[in-house]
Design a protein around this ligand. Structure first.
Ligand SMILES: C[S@@+](CC[C@H](N)C(=O)[O-])C[C@H]1O[C@@H](n2cnc3c(N)ncnc32)[C@H](O)[C@@H]1O
Length: 344
């Protein structure tokens, strides 16, 4: 067992258990439907890393099954024993009073819920028609059982465990699936993630930024830097940013650094520092370093992503000259991580 396993366990317990609100799912999904009303038609949607008995993802897609023209909805949960949750576990009444309930499985097995037709005969297909059973394993997305479900799906949608974000995206990409998942903004510059963003293979969703999530004890917890990652198209990414020229920015910018100092070059990297997305000059044709929140407004028809630079690192094309240097330094002062972009 690795030495730091108890630390890893603590981090996992802290970071991975928070649940998405219905309205946040609805707002995001609506943006894809607006762009393409048939985006989910005849599709099998998999909602892994969920807890179907009370998940808002499951509720939202089950209630909209007919509306979206879904073929099948599959939702899976992770066994409570594997979560190592430090709360007193009790199966829900739904599970306890179901004929499928099994005392020997309730803690160590994941569950699978499926929906594909009206089974209670009320003429609707909704939450009440979900069928469930225990999985053979604990519901780990990356198990053989998890991979089989992934392969059956057309689209994968969830808020996955943030501590396994790299592995989760890899699991999706190796099966070449469409997806919509929540993640942390810092993941943008992970070396396993950034190349996909750079090459427009994946992009950010629409309603990013501060959101409130629900904790296992029912409290609301605000998280400032979460965002959606996806490879499903939406209209926002085809809307160019409206920007001023460099001269007008220097004259009229609401940011005093720009008004006072103009645009400065990095000490060891051949680009100008642009500390705010709304201060990107629309007439500058060379490299510009912008905050990672620029990706919320990124339109691939307007800009090209070239690189990402951190304090000591360059994700792409590092040369001997730039290797190990303080790349985001301007006149001896470090800036945060920057995305390097160029006008198209
Ligand atoms: C951020 S929570 C989100 C839950 C739910 N999708 C939602 O949005 O409300 C991530 C969930 O993934 C579960 N999880 C952690 N590791 C997992 C794994 N290897 N496979 C499947 N689920 C896992 C966690 O226990 C947690 O319940």
């Amino acid at each position: 067992m690795p030495k730091n396993s108890s630390l890893r366990k603590a981090a996992k317990v802290k970071n991975d258990e928070f649940y998405t609100q219905y309205a946040d799912i609805q707002r995001e999904v609506n943006a894809y439907l607006e762009y393409n009303p048939d985006v989910f038609r005849n599709k099998t949607i998999l909602l892994p890393c969920d807890d179907p008995e009370w998940s808002n993802f499951t509720l939202f897609f089950a209630q909209n099954f007919k509306n979206f023209g879904l073929k099948k909805l599959i939702s899976t949960s992770y066994a409570v024993e594997s979560k190592q949750l430090e709360i007193d576990y009790q199966p829900t009444n739904f599970e306890k009073y179901s004929s499928n309930f099994d005392e020997t499985k309730t803690r160590c097995r994941g569950k699978i819920f499926t929906l594909d037709k009206d089974i209670n005969g009320d003429g609707k297909v909704d939450f009440k028609d979900l069928k469930w059973q225990y999985l053979e394993d604990d519901g780990d997305f990356n198990s053989d059982e998890g991979k089989k479900l992934r392969d059956e799906a057309d689209i994968i949608i969830t808020n996955p465990p943030f501590s396994l974000f790299r592995e989760f995206l890899k699991w999706i990409m190796e099966a070449k699936k469409q997806f919509l998942i929540l993640g942390n903004m810092n993941a943008i510059t992970y070396k396993e993630i950034f190349p996909y963003l750079k090459d427009n293979i994946i992009w950010l969703g629409v309603v990013n930024g501060a959101k409130e999530y629900i904790t296992p004890t029912g409290e609301h917890k605000k998280m400032g830097n979460t965002c959606w990652f996806t490879n499903i198209d939406h209209g926002r990414r085809h809307t160019p940013l409206s920007l001023m020229s460099m001269e007008d920015n220097i004259k009229y910018s609401k940011h005093k650094e720009i008004k006072e100092k103009g645009y400065q070059k990095y000490d060891f990297y051949d680009a100008i520092e642009v500390p705010y997305t709304d201060a990107i000059p629309n007439d500058y044709n060379d490299l510009m370093g912008v905050p990672n929140s620029f990706l919320n407004k990124y339109c691939p028809e307007q800009f090209q992503i070239i690189d990402a630079i951190g304090r000591y690192s360059q994700l792409y094309g590092a040369t001997e000259e730039t290797q190990g240097k303080y790349l985001t330094m301007v006149n001896g002062i470090h800036k945060f991580v920057r995305i390097v972009i160029k006008r198209k």
